[in-house]
Ligand binder design. Structure first.
Ligand SMILES: C[S@@+](CC[C@H](N)C(=O)[O-])C[C@H]1O[C@@H](n2cnc3c(N)ncnc32)[C@H](O)[C@@H]1O
Length: 208
């Protein structure tokens, strides 16, 4: 069974799209798409050969080695075909933005789940001319995960949307506020104090 986080990512992929999972690790998502949703055009990459061998063993366990193409690749470097959607999940924002920065041929849709630094990621994607078409919050095992679906296209984000997102999830934003307040108590950083004030106002405007 998929984790709630991977399930939420899978829900954002329309049926029978040509999908590539960058940094697949265990290949759970590609296996799920083929096995449970009958996708026919799925690729999985990882930059680590050892990881890819592990993915291969998983894929073979379900006899899906003909349906899932495995590619040893740092980001998109060795990806030769075009895809409708790429998933880049479970990594830090700098790894994700490096992968995107170095790619010549990005797909129409990107589904991104960064483990940190979302304002930096949103700013980078805005400059890269991808627009946020959906943000989702998943809470699993005591952690919040933000999943962002992007489509090619320009948008100008306000500072609030860049910093806090288009998820409008009160519980998540309140947890973010608490984290920022705790950090402020430690280092009394005035720029953080400003962010805290903006975040409080942002949360107040969201209906219960
Ligand atoms: C924590 S796992 C996440 C696995 C899966 N995407 C998920 O969300 O559950 C991160 C994986 O990304 C791979 N990875 C890290 N940087 C990469 C890069 N530049 N190109 C391809 N794979 C990368 C790692 O080898 C590792 O297998």
């Amino acid at each position: 069974m998929l984790s709630l986080r991977l399930q939420a990512i899978a829900e954002e992929i329309a049926d029978n799209q040509k999908v590539i999972d960058i940094g697949t690790d265990h290949a759970y998502l590609p296996i799920y798409l083929v096995k449970e949703r009958f996708f026919t055009n799925v690729a999985a990459t990882d930059k680590s050969l050892a990881v890819l061998e592990y993915s291969r063993a998983n894929i073979e366990k379900y006899h899906l080695d003909k349906q899932i193409k495995l590619i040893l690749s740092d980001g998109f470097a060795q990806v030769k075909e075009n895809y409708d959607v790429a998933v880049i999940a479970g990594m830090g924002a700098h790894t994700i933005t490096d992968i995107i920065k170095n790619s010549q041929n990005l797909p129409e849709y990107l589904i991104i789940q960064s483990n940190n630094n979302l304002p930096f990621l949103r700013r980078f994607m805005e400059k890269k001319e991808y627009k946020i078409i959906k943000e989702k919050v998943v809470y699993e095992k005591g952690k919040y995960y933000i999943i962002i679906k992007y489509q090619k296209g320009k948008e100008i984000l306000t500072a609030d949307l860049r910093d806090f997102g288009k998820n409008y999830d009160k519980k998540y934003l309140q947890a973010l506020l608490k984290k920022n307040q705790a950090n402020y108590l430690l280092n009394k950083d005035e720029s953080l104090a400003k962010i805290i004030k903006r975040l409080q106002k942002f949360i107040e405007k969201i209906p219960d």
